[in-house]
Design a binder for this molecule. Structure first.
Ligand code: HMG
Ligand code: MG
Length: 294
């Protein structure tokens, strides 16, 4: 059985724009966020409070939050790696953060300059303080299926990292296929490692064209929160083989067809991604954007 309703966790403004070669002006980012909210998306991952040396594309996080006109009923989570990031996020008035762990040693080093254990030492005070301030905390796990340096990643290793994040106090885990190599059977096997499917979200990159099939597999296992990015923007600057996320339009097309509610107006979303493609100077990789917008 499929869920009646899916919550789309829109990551385009963060996962999408962190990977752009050029730095998108903050006014364009704000307009993008507002158009996404107007299209009916209710969770917009807005930016990251990470080191600006590591991700210069999102160095304007303070200006972005200061300029954001938050809409009623919309959440604007941000990525936070460490206490410095939490201080900045609290100062900016955020109410929802996400920490991001790696399932593998190599990517922990490349993305966070940590070992797998050190990343938990970094996150622990972040989660404790964030929860004491009444913030909601999501935990990402990256490289859940394959890692460009280490190859296949065992499900038990991923589940171990995921359970440590839940034990720290994360309310939701997002299982990330950072480089888009997973296939549907692996998705089912990984989800089967967790006791409560209600705490899980899935985060697929579409490198090998498997993101929709993997999403459907996850929905059939009972997952009802799916990460995607408008127009299929995205990638990770610290994982070269990562391409864009599952496009939100491709996801909404499938869910509309299945009769699963999302609250998203597909035409408004396609228009937004067309507009953004114009700002970025290249066409959207989304099949549905191209089919509908021509
Ligand atoms: P480091 O270089 O080991 O740490 O980086 P550091 O403490 O030496 O800091 C370096 C400099 O950054 C210092 O400045 C710090 O003050 C500053 P300096 O003294 O040299 O002038 N700094 C900060 N400034 C602002 N905000 C902060 C902050 N922290 C330090 N929060 C660190 C360690 C964790 C900071 C770094 O590795 C980092 O920022 N990494 C983030 C990388 C990133 O954002 N990657 C993309 C997101 S993850 C992803 O895309 C995957 C996902 O989509 C799921 C999936 O697809 O799998 C979520
Ligand atoms: Mg990602």
């Amino acid at each position: 059985a499929l869920p009646e309703r899916v919550t789309i966790w829109e990551v385009g403004p963060r996962d999408g724009l962190q990977n752009e070669k050029s730095i998108v002006p903050v006014e364009v980012k704000l307009e993008f966020l507002d158009k996404l909210a107007a299209a009916g998306l209710t969770t917009l991952e807005a930016t990251s409070f990470v080191s600006p040396k590591w991700v210069p594309q999102l160095a304007d996080a303070e200006q972005l939050l200061a300029g954001l006109e938050k809409r009623e009923g919309v959440r604007y989570p941000v990525l936070v790696p460490n206490e410095r990031g939490l201080d900045r996020a609290l100062e900016a008035g955020v109410s929802h953060i996400a920490i991001f762990a790696s399932a593998t040693e190599t990517f922990a080093k490349k993305n966070l300059n940590s070992t797998v254990d050190e990343q938990f030492a970094m996150f622990e005070p972040v989660v404790t303080r964030a929860r004491a301030e009444g913030l909601d905390v999501r935990g990402y796990v990256s490289m859940c299926f394959g890692d460009p340096w280490e190859g296949a990643v065992p499900a038990a290793q991923v589940a171990g990292v995921g359970k440590r994040l839940l034990d720290l106090g994360c309310s939701q885990l997002s299982l990330g296929d950072t480089i888009g190599v997973a296939t549907a059977g692996q998705v089912e096997a990984l989800i089967g490692q967790f006791a409560d499917v209600g705490t899980l979200a899935v985060h697929f990159h579409d490198t090998y064209g498997q993101a929709l099939a993997n999403t459907l597999a996850a929905l059939r296992c009972g997952v009802s929160t799916v990460d995607s990015s408008a127009g299929g923007l995205g990638g990770c600057p610290y994982a070269e083989s990562a391409t864009g996320n599952l496009a939100t339009e491709d996801l909404v097309w499938m869910l509309d067809g299945l009769g699963v509610e999302t609250g998203v107006d597909l035409d408004a979303l396609v228009a937004t991604s067309k507009w953004m493609a114009g700002k970025l100077g290249r066409p959207s990789p989304s099949r549905v954007v191209n089919a509908l917008a021509g």
